[in-house]
Design a protein around this ligand. Structure first.
Ligand code: NAD
Ligand code: MG
Length: 390
């Protein structure tokens, strides 16, 4: 049976891995929409090869270029935020949400409102608006499938289980680029150094977020929102080999672990074929050759982002939206070399502290308008904190 699929963030790391799987089974899928940002050549080439209905660039000013690149192909060209929503509303059986950052939320919500199955790589949507996303999916009978490797691992370990029997969820972290650096050197780490990952090949932003552990901080919140467990039930475990992605501990003491090579096609493929399993061309682990797996507790001094995530989960409400927005601004400033590596967590901490006097932070209704307002406010506060820091 042919399935209609759309890929949001098709030109990115997750998007390209998704396309790799679809390319291997051209008769299995009919591509509805592909979306991207500034990489028009990639977007147009994929849309032509996969014979998509529509290709959308997020940048309105790049529309003429996209039109030219698609001329004669029969693929429609569109641009801007409205076009992204329109593309998300087109009938599809499965949509990959792999835009990076808070920008992934509106198209994801639009897809859920049409009852579409949403493969969610865009963890920021759960962090900024988890209850809204889950509520929308329930209301419209839509399914959300986690694509983050840890959450896909937990999801798989929970097949046939009752969430009430879960005692704890452990998500693993490689520790990123600076896992073994002396602490006093961290302040001098450059964006180039932070953008190299020991095990995973990913987009620049998430790779730097792995070095600060802001990625794991987002994933703690993502776990709470998606699986509806208490913050105290979720642990982070540093596991330098990145072969165990997550573990679920049950009331009888059993621990179910999800293992696989660090290749996102595993989690993407699971979501693509769910509820069945399909062939996925990832390396098969040779555990006898690997011989040993190691673990250590996460250091608070090295990764203050983890403490911040715990505070955000405690506050609830719109704190996740504020946290993510402040993090995105701080990350921009670090990439632009305006602030130091260690200043990212300081800035997010400052923003959360300053916003904590706003009663709306914990108690406001979580709807798209409030999430957007808090996102904007946190970006303004982060810009102030960045100016004070430079
Ligand atoms: P990436 O930077 O490689 O790609 C991002 C995609 O989003 C690109 O197609 C880009 O054009 C598009 N985009 C960027 N800004 C946009 C905007 N404002 N509006 C519309 N489109 C925009 O990122 P990635 O590494 O593929 O990550 C995508 C998402 O998946 C992120 O939420 C990330 O946290 C999550 N994720 C990624 C990995 C990984 O291995 N790369 C693993 C787990 C989760
Ligand atoms: Mg992950």
């Amino acid at each position: 049976m042919t399935r209609r699929v759309s890929i949001f963030g098709a030109t990115g790391s997750i998007g390209q891995n998704t396309i790799d799987l679809i390319d291997r089974d051209p008769d299995g899928f009919e591509v509805v929409a592909l979306t991207g940002g500034g990489n028009i050549a990639q977007l147009a080439a994929d849309a032509r090869r996969l014979n998509a209905q529509v290709a959308v660039t997020a940048h309105e000013d790049r529309l003429p270029e996209l039109r030219d690149a698609l001329a004669g192909s029969g693929v429609e060209a569109a641009a801007g935020e409205g076009a992204l929503i329109e593309a998300a509303e087109r009938p599809a059986d499965w949509i990959m949400s792999a835009i990076v950052g808070a920008a992934g939320l509106p198209p994801g919500l639009a897809a859920l409102k049409h009852g579409t199955t949403l493969a969610l790589a865009n963890k920021e949507s759960l962090v900024t608006a988890g209850p809204l996303l889950m509520r929308t999916a329930a209301k419209h009978g839509a399914t959300i499938l986690p694509v983050d490797s840890e959450h896909s691992g937990v999801f798989q370990a929970l097949v046939g289980e009752n969430i009430a029997d879960v005692e704890r969820i452990l998500i693993t972290a490689s520790g990123g680029a600076f896992r073994d650096w002396p602490l006093d050197k961290l302040a001098d780490a450059t964006p180039e150094q932070a953008a190299t990952h020991p095990n995973w090949v990913m987009g620049q932003r998430i790779t730097i977020d792995s070095a600060t552990m802001f990625n794991k901080a987002l994933e703690l919140i993502e776990t709470k929102e998606f699986f509806d467990v208490l913050p105290s039930q979720i642990e982070v475990l540093v596991h330098p080999e990145s072969l165990i992605h997550a573990l679920v501990g049950f009331r009888d003491g059993a621990l179910m672990a999800h293992l696989g090579p660090p290749d996102m096609r595993h989690a993407i493929g699971y979501a693509l074929h769910w509820p069945a399993r399909g062939d996925v061309p990832v390396e098969r682990l040779d555990l006898a050759r690997i011989a040993q797996l190691t673990f250590r507790p996460p250091s608070e001094a090295r990764w203050p982002a983890l403490r911040l995530a715990r505070e955000v989960m405690e506050t609830g409400g719109l704190a996740g939206a504020a946290f993510n927005a402040a993090k995105e601004k701080a990350l921009d400033a670090f990439i632009e070399k305006r602030i130091r590596f260690t200043a990212m967590a300081e800035i997010v901490d400052t923003v959360l502290t300053r916003l904590s006097s706003d009663p709306g932070l914990s108690s406001a209704q979580i709807d798209l308008d409030n999430v957007r307002q808090m996102d904007q406010l946190a970006r303004v506060r982060a810009a102030e904190a960045i100016r004070e820091n430079t």
